[in-house]
Write a protein that binds this ligand. Structure first.
Ligand code: 6GU
Length: 233
């Protein structure tokens, strides 16, 4: 899978993509991430990539030309399955959307900034607008990291234990069960006996019950949604 990220702040993205699971995914050749500085495509002498809004008002707007030049260069080299615009007014990102994105070969993400991007970019280049939640970030970069991390770890072969992504909270629309490790007794705080019993079937059943109970108590909304179904094409 290949992910291209267009941003005005490339430095913000670099370090988080070079640790842990994503780092390993890249080293294994399962994930390629390319960060593009939109400013590099600005043709005016100050390398300006934003400008005042027509009609007035505070705040700058990301200009269409540098974004067009960057996107057009990339789409001239390969076909993109989705061109995402990251913005707080987009469709909410979910595990379900990550499960959909991971089936794709090439994804392009444009990080929004300031007051946003010239509407013509949204009208003519973007296939999907995505938000990571109902709160406002200072730019789309952190959202791009969230989506890249969440999607990248789902690529087959990225997680060492292939079943572990399937065990995650949300993947089956249930929260994960509690987990414990040694010591079995810490200051009198004991690990549930069942986990030490060696009866795998009963352990699995106990975990499932715990998942259900936790979900009912903490996220009852998850039990009545259809979000476990895969996203349509
Ligand atoms: Cl994608 N961008 C910004 N700026 N804020 C957000 C967001 C995206 N998703 C939630 N808040």
């Amino acid at each position: 899978m290949r992910i291209d990220i267009l941003t005005l702040l490339p430095e913000l993205l670099e370090s988080p993509l070079n640790y842990s699971i994503l780092k390993r995914a890249k080293e294994k050749g399962l994930l390629e991430i390319y960060i593009h500085n939109i400013r590099d495509y600005a043709r005016n002498k100050h390398k300006q990539a934003d400008d005042y809004a027509f009609g007035g008002g505070a705040g700058m707007v990301m200009m269409i030309e540098p974004i067009d030049l960057c996107i057009s260069k990339l789409t001239g080299e390969r076909q993109y399955d989705e061109i995402l615009y990251l913005t707080p007014d987009g469709e909410r990102f979910t595990q379900r959307m990550a499960n959909y994105l991971v089936t794709k070969k090439n994804i392009l993400m444009l990080c929004g900034h300031y007051k946003g991007v010239d509407q013509r970019v949204r009208d003519h280049f973007i296939t999907r607008e995505v938000s990571i939640g109902d709160y406002v970030l200072s730019g789309g970069e952190i959202a791009a990291l969230v989506i890249t991390d969440c999607t990248g770890r789902l690529i087959p072969g990225v997680l060492s234990d292939e079943t572990s992504a399937l065990m995650d909270s949300f993947q089956d629309n249930l929260l994960a069960p509690p987990v414990y490790t040694r010591p079995a007794n810490y200051k009198g705080w004991k690990v549930p006996d069942i986990l030490l019993s060696g009866h795998q079937l009963q352990v699995d059943e106990w975990r499932h019950q715990q998942s259900l109970e936790r979900t009912r108590k903490l996220r009852p909304d998850m039990l009545q949604e259809g979000s476990e179904k895969p996203e349509e094409e």
